[in-house]
Ligand binder design. Structure first.
Ligand code: NAI
Ligand code: MG
Length: 493
């Protein structure tokens, strides 16, 4: 695999307390273009001393200075300005995102639009946070104040880099928290880019710090740091478990979004073309690097063979290509590591099931981490390709016999992030919806996600919810204020 020398590529710093600073050690790590395998940037690699600086900055900004004095209206205005800056720079941000992550440019443009919408949503929500008056007996008054939880460490993945940053930063800012965002080491460039907008938007120094580095060092040090009050994480279940254990030492608040092995269920009465498209879109969009990928495709036996055939035929028409070409529907995987991981699952799958299409590297690309969209069929739900999150363009098609078997197979997984069901029968649709253990169930669609509605997992897909008012809630504490209205002495002795 080719690499280019350190010379000639730009080196980016960390953003701490409103300033760009190199790592204390001077270390950097390389960032790649996954379609060329070339190094496109070097980024400051934070270790414990940098984490200390970032936490100190976020702590100070939370405890004193202009930020605690801002009103909810002020914070809403800041979020609106960030949204405006992001929208004005859509083309530039989408270009960086597509180059760095390998996702098709049209997908990157949708993502950036969603990023701006997310900041706008929380801009509007900032001054709608209200406490309650609690119905205690008449000799007292009790009410609740909603207060920011404090310093939030936000650790995000590489599949939707700036969107995951937005889902974490926007509600935290609205709530009045301060943040240390650690982008994935594969895809730090868009988060670095938007830090350039912070001062103009009115964010005081230290409120949002962008700290880059590796998960095992920078991420782990943030999670363990006593100056951090909350960890918000999106990524692998394996790292989620490490985070919960480490955060236990300081009893931080933790929210986790850990992906899944989501079932996409097809009954014979579904709209045929929409169903076949929905199966492919559900699993192959964003190269299958999607936490809610519909990677287990459950099809009723009476249509099973025809459905696999139709999926196979349509898969041939999916355009693989360079991320920046507008016709491209699937680009390369994000990194060599992910390419190797998914490739190893392709070999496992060939032993566990039959291949309808794909199964390896597409021949037309000399370089880049491209993999063919792959459909395995006659997959047993106990197979590794049906149980483990692959996070690449790999579908496992599983036959079922009737509604109750579909539900049983769908729920037979440690995960519970998402599910979808395709049928024209509303009785059946809603019976299935109620039976599935997942944080979202789509009916006759798969993947649309709106900032107004909650997002998060059941079971080992994590806990806590992002987006909507639920997402803001995770950044708030509840303080009860009790006022005694009875002047009679207590006289308890
Ligand atoms: P990962 O879970 O290792 O990385 C996600 C984030 O966590 C990155 O920012 C990383 O630097 C950080 N991190 C890693 N180890 C850490 C630690 N010990 N303490 C604190 N932070 C840490 O994911 P990775 O290795 O990139 O991908 C592995 C698998 O994880 C994928 O194949 C996929 O199955 C799953 N994944 C799920 C995602 C989701 O959206 N739910 C997103 C990315 C990966
Ligand atoms: Mg990892």
């Amino acid at each position: 695999m080719s690499t280019s020398s350190k010379a000639g590529v730009q080196t980016y710093k960390n953003f701490i307390n409103g300033k760009w600073v190199p790592a204390v050690s001077g270390a950097t790590f390389p960032v790649y273009d996954p379609s060329t395998e070339e190094v496109i940037a070097q980024v400051a690699s934070a270790a414990a001393p940098d984490v200390d600086q970032a936490v100190a900055a976020a702590r100070a900004a939370f405890d004193s200075g202009p930020w605690p004095a801002t009103t909810a209206q002020d914070r809403g205005k800041i979020l609106h300005k960030l949204a405006d800056k992001i929208r004005q720079n859509t083309a530039r941000l989408a270009d960086i995102e597509s180059r760095n992550s390998g996702k098709p440019i049209i997908e990157a443009e949708y993502d950036i639009a969603d990023v701006a919408t997310c900041f706008e949503y929380y801009a509007g929500l900032a001054n709608k946070v209200m406490g309650h008056v609690n119905p205690v007996p008449a000799n007292a008054l009790s009410f609740t104040l909603r207060e920011p939880v404090g310093v939030a460490a936000q650790i995000i993945p590489w599949n939707y880099p700036l969107l995951m940053a937005a889902w974490k930063l926007a509600p935290a800012i609205a709530a009045g928290c301060t943040c240390i965002l650690k982008p994935a080491e594969q895809t730090p460039l868009t988060a670095i880019e938007i830090a350039n907008y912070f001062e103009e938007a009115g964010l005081p120094p230290g409120v949002v710090n962008i700290l880059n580095g590796l998960g095992e060092t920078t991420g782990a040090a943030l999670v363990a740091h006593p100056g951090v009050d909350k960890v918000a994480f999106t990524g692998s279940a394996a790292v989620g478990k490490i985070i919960v254990k480490s955060a236990a030492d300081t009893l931080k608040r933790v929210t986790l979004e850990l992906g899944g092995k989501s079932p996409n269920i097809f009954f014979p009465d579904a709209d045929w073309e929409a169903a076949v498209d929905g199966a492919l879109f559900g699993v192959f969009i964003n190269q299958g690097e999607v936490c809610s990928a519909g990677s287990r495709i459950l099809v009723e036996k009476s249509i099973y063979s025809k459905f696999v055939e139709a999926m196979t035929e349509k898969t041939k028409r999916i355009k693989l290509g360079a991320p920046l070409e507008r016709e491209t529907k699937m680009g390369p995987l994000v990194s060599k590591e992910q390419y190797d991981r998914v490739s190893s699952y392709l070999e496992i799958g060939k032993k566990e099931a039959k291949v309808a299409i794909g199964g390896g590297r597409p021949k037309q690309f000399g370089k880049g981490y491209y993999l063919e969209p792959t459909i395995f069929y006659d997959v047993d739900n106990s197979a590794r390709i049906a149980r483990e999150e692959i996070f690449g363009p790999v579908a496992s098609v599983i036959p079922f016999d009737g509604e109750s078997e579909a539900i049983r197979i769908a729920n037979d997984t440690p995960y519970g992030l998402a599910a979808a069901v395709w049928t024209r029968d509303i009785y059946k649709a809603f019976r299935v919806v109620k039976s599935l253990r997942a944080g979202i169930v789509w009916v006759n669609h798969m993947q649309p996600t709106y900032v107004e509605a909650p997002w998060g997992g059941y079971k080992q897909s994590g806990f806590g919810r992002e987006l909507g008012p639920w997402g803001l809630e995770e950044y708030l504490e509840t303080k009860q204020v009790f006022v005694n209205l009875d002047e009679t002495p207590i006289a308890w002795y």
